[in-house]
Design a protein around this ligand. Structure first.
Ligand code: HEC
Length: 149
């Protein structure tokens, strides 16, 4: 009998936790669709070369500091009407979805995103080209990503 009450309470607690996890995951997904999906498309495929396909190079950029800063500072991210926590959740959703298995990318912390966003990215395309040009050297030092896969 003692258990009946306690176990019931534990069950209610677990269900409440699941419900809130579910709701916040849906909210992150919703934020992506609403604030990013118009350009990057629901599945991240975008409209290359104008709007990059997030499934392709984003995991590479996320594997080193300058690339992580670039991602967090592109105009579409900085100008989204989302707070830093919401932006962090959207970026981490994309990383978890698009990083190749075994890459073990570090998720963004709210502090990291806040720090990058203190500087405005003046010329995203130029910086992107520079980061891509350095790609082999950088990826040797950090992780190897085979883009052809
Ligand atoms: C108005 C269209 C538009 C919106 C909205 C938009 N983006 Fe972008 N995004 C772009 C373009 C264009 C680029 C290429 C860099 C540039 O010119 O700004 C880009 C670049 C990026 C990149 C770098 C990828 C790479 O391979 O270079 C990431 C990551 C990204 N966007 C994520 C987001 C997220 C997350 C959101 C929503 C919070 C978002 N974008 C909203 C158009 C958009």
């Amino acid at each position: 009998m003692a258990c009946a009450k306690a176990c019931f309470a534990a069950g209610v607690f677990a269900v409440a936790l699941m419900a809130s996890a579910n709701t916040s995951a849906q909210k992150v997904e919703y934020n992506y669709l609403l604030h990013c999906g118009g350009c990057h498309i629901e599945d991240g495929s975008g409209l290359p070369p104008h709007v990059p396909d997030l499934r392709v190079e984003m995991p590479y950029f996320a594997s080193f500091t300058e690339g992580r800063a670039y991602i967090a500072r592109v105009p579409g991210v900085v100008q989204a009407p989302l707070n830093t926590e919401e932006l962090t959740d959207v970026l981490n959703l994309l990383l978890s979805r698009f990083a190749p298995e075994g890459l073990n990318l570090q998720p963004y912390s709210v502090e990291e995103v806040a720090q990058y966003q203190q500087e405005v990215l003046v010329d995203p395309k130029k910086l992107r080209d520079q980061l891509m040009a350095h790609r082999p050297a950088v990826s040797d030092n950090t992780v190897n990503i085979d883009l052809d896969n």
